[in-house]
Ligand binder design. Sequence first.
Ligand code: PGA
Length: 244
Amino acid sequence: MPRKLAAGNWKMNGLRANLTEIETLAERHADSQVDILICPPAPLIASCQGTLLEIGGQDCHAAVSGAHTGDISAQMLADVGATYVIIGHSERRADHGETDAIVAAKSEAAYATGLTAVICLGETLEEREAGTTLSVIDTQLAGSVPDTAAAHNTVIAYEPVWAIGTGKVPTLDQIAEVHAHIRSRLVARFSEGAKMRILYGGSVKGSNAPDIFGVPHVDGALVGGASLKADDFSEIITALENSK
Ligand code: PGA
């Protein structure tokens, strides 16, 4: 099985002075049995070259190059040392109108340049309350994940929108239900579906991480706020290292 993955998404936070957090994590978890990924803001990626942690972008354009002012291609991320890229985060879907088709095209661009895509999906509070969570997940999986997805190039991140940055976390049963559902869909569609990593994301902290990592088919976490400080993220990484 692929190694578990602790992924940190710094979002639009962090200046060069904050790179010491990455150095601290790399020192503390030098011999880790899990993969550790930090996705800092794009201007900091090149400065991370040489770190022992994996470094990723938070988005990429679907095209390799061209007249797309302000955008960054997957190839550019790879060129400065990124090995992963987060795609289709709910903040991008909401703030930038990214559809499932756009997310799939960006994921293909990531594959083409050798990056692993962390493809995000998850229901809103309205969808959860309407009882449509699993059908929303089905639609997003079908539309956002390319047919060429495999264990080495794709990580799925289940992030209920209502749990992101809110301190609200689904129950362990709710996480278990969605992760088992995603696993069954991946297995049905992809030859490597059993090996593709599925992360949980949304208000993960050191205090709730051990329980979340005990849920079947949770292969790691995508962490926002609690990834900004090495001490906080280290607690989560340690919980993942200690999980079965
Ligand atoms: P959070 O963010 O950990 O701050 O809730 C998670 C995410 O958006 O990936």
